[in-house]
Design a protein around this ligand. Structure first.
Ligand code: CDP
Ligand code: CDP
Length: 208
């Protein structure tokens, strides 16, 4: 069984993906970490993010183990950098096989990102598109960064979120959009527990 979760930054995809995976005993992959890791390697080498060939070579040779534990991938700057390298088709192509292979695990897998329901797993059993108002997503990210001790201004985060939405939705390759057979859930007024309960109802509904 495959559960595909897509949506914009800080809509709650990762939180939901993790909880659904725990609930069903499935594996979980936050695919944003793959793009963040490509950006990280380029930055470590002082290579410009606009060097498509370098980005592609990094993606083709990416060490995908322990990405979850790498706290350097989490910051706001890395999300922005990831959205630059993720717009290159060859980078996306290089990361596709790993994601598809991951999705085939038994008894099931949950993948979250931007193009899971549209490109990576078009045959997923359940497709969720998670949204929330940009102001609410910025509020969540702001709280998250403050909790981690990072300096952050709400207004700057809101601007970052809007810029990233714009770039992710308007790129020519695998743009962020709901698959035609996805169920959309707006979490603007839902806390993580309420969002999880709403999602369980959707998943059970699809599988009853
Ligand atoms: O994975 P994505 O960027 O979509 O978002 P996330 O990392 O799951 O959530 C971003 C932050 O918002 C986390 O600190 C969550 O606890 C919080 N959150 C929330 O306040 N309400 C929700 N319904 C979902 C997430
Ligand atoms: O956690 P947050 O939603 O802020 O970001 P993320 O999921 O870690 O993704 C970072 C960036 O990677 C996104 O802004 C996208 O440009 C890119 N991404 C993508 O293109 N396709 C995916 N399946 C996942 C992420």
């Amino acid at each position: 069984m495959i559960i595909a979760i897509d949506g914009p930054a800080a809509s709650g995809k990762g939180t939901l993906g993790k909880r659904l995976a725990e609930h069903y005993g499935f594996a979980h992959l936050d695919t944003g970490l793959l793009y963040r890791a490509v950006a990280r390697v380029l930055m470590d080498r002082d290579a410009p993010l606009t060097d498509r060939e370098a980005a592609t070579a990094v993606a083709q040779n990416l060490d995908v183990s322990h990405l979850e534990d790498d706290s350097r991938l989490r910051g706001a700057a890395m999300g922005e950098a990831a959205s630059v390298v993720s717009a290159y088709q060859p980078v996306r192509d290089a990361l596709l096989a790993f994601q598809r292979q991951f999705s085939r695990q038994e008894p099931g897998a949950v993948l979250d990102g931007r193009d899971i329901g549209t490109v990576v797993c078009p045959d997923a059993d359940v497709k969720l598109f998670i949204t929330a108002a940009p102001e609410e997503r910025a509020r969540r990210r702001h709280l998250e960064l403050l909790r981690r001790g990072e300096q952050a201004e709400y207004e700057t985060i809101l601007e970052d979120i809007r810029r990233r939405d714009e770039r992710d939705m308007n790129r020519s390759t695998a743009p962020l959009k709901a698959a035609t057979d996805a169920v959309t859930l707006d979490t603007t007024h839902l806390d993580p527990d309420a969002a999880f309960q709403a999602t369980l109802t959707i998943v059970e509904g699809k599988h009853s």
